[in-house]
Write a protein that binds this ligand. Structure first.
Ligand SMILES: Nc1ncnc2c1ncn2[C@@H]1O[C@H](COP(=O)(O)OP(=O)(O)OP(=O)(O)O)[C@@H](O)[C@H]1O
Ligand SMILES: [Mg+2]
Length: 262
């Protein structure tokens, strides 16, 4: 199956992954995966457990260094051509990562800092923003995700949904061009899931580019511009939700989607 960026993407790509390969202990996990995402798009990645979704997402911001292939985010490109991963590669990867915010399943907030401090920290340390500006930005972001009233509390005193919204605000604090999410709601009770997904939908309306690994098919269907179905380290099929759900081109996509009652 051709593993191209697929149909549906409009406008120039802000994320370009080309022919990424990654193995762990001799086992190929990513087997030549490519994806273009246009600015402002929301692309969901779905697929069976172990197919490489998290690995792919981590390769997109070079938390995981691919064995081969290239990644470009907002014009900053990193290519892995040879076995060596040198200092210049790492510096370029560092530049690329600055354009990317990432949110994980576990909220990963600093427990000994208030919510406000969690959101202020990276702009202060990474961007060297003066305290008052970092504070004003953090408060604006907390307001945006509906957490203005808990800014001075510690993460442990918040619900899971609130913690995840705080994690989103923290990821936004360095003004990324692209947001990546790895199953952002799978640790949450259903009633808390919606408040997190609502924040992501608001960001989508604001024009943020987002790539979301999710098992929330209702969300994927309702909110995505395109959905990519992954299997065995490749994108098998990528399409707009309506066409993917109504008329999956690949039998494995059909089989996978049958598990979800929509
Ligand atoms: N750091 C690692 N070292 C060794 N193997 C790994 C590592 N990271 C991932 N793998 C393996 O790579 C394969 C793909 O893992 P990955 O986490 O990317 O899958 P996934 O699609 O995100 O699955 P899930 O839906 O369960 O989260 C799995 O077999 C996993 O065990
Ligand atoms: Mg995963």
């Amino acid at each position: 199956m051709a593993d191209a960026a697929g149909p549906g993407q409009t406008g120039p790509a802000i994320v370009e992954a080309r022919d990424l390969h990654k193995s762990f202990d001799g086992t190929a996990v990513l087997r030549g995966i490519s994806l273009d995402v246009a600015e402002g798009e929301l692309v969901s990645l779905i697929g069976p457990s172990g197919c490489g979704k998290s690995t792919f997402l981590r390769c997109l911001n070079l938390l995981e260094i691919p064995d081969a292939g290239s990644v470009s985010v907002a014009g900053i490109s990193v290519a892995r051509q040879s076995k060596r991963w040198g200092r210049a590669d790492e510096e370029q990867a560092h530049r690329l990562r600055r354009g990317v915010g990432m949110v994980f399943q576990g909220f990963n907030l600093f427990a000994h800092r208030t919510v406000l401090d969690n959101v202020m920290l990276a702009p202060r340390v990474v961007q060297l923003l003066p305290r008052e500006r970092a504070r004003a930005r953090a408060l604006a972001l907390l307001d945006k995700v509906g957490l203005a009233d808990v800014a001075d509390r510690y993460p442990a005193t918040l619900s899971g949904g609130q913690q995840q919204r705080a994690a989103i605000a923290r990821a936004l604090a360095c003004e990324p061009r692209v947001m990546l999410y790895d199953e952002p709601t799978s640790a949450l009770d259903p009633e808390l899931t919606d408040e997190v997904l609502a924040v992501m939908r608001q960001l989508d309306r604001d024009g943020m580019t987002q790539i979301v690994v999710t098992h929330e098919m209702r969300f994927a269907r309702a909110a995505s511009d395109r959905i990519a179905f992954m299997q065995h380290g490749r994108i098998v099929e990528i399409a707009a939700p309506a066409s993917l759900f109504a008329n999956p081109a690949h039998p494995d996509t059909r089989r996978f989607l049958k598990h979800y009652f929509l």
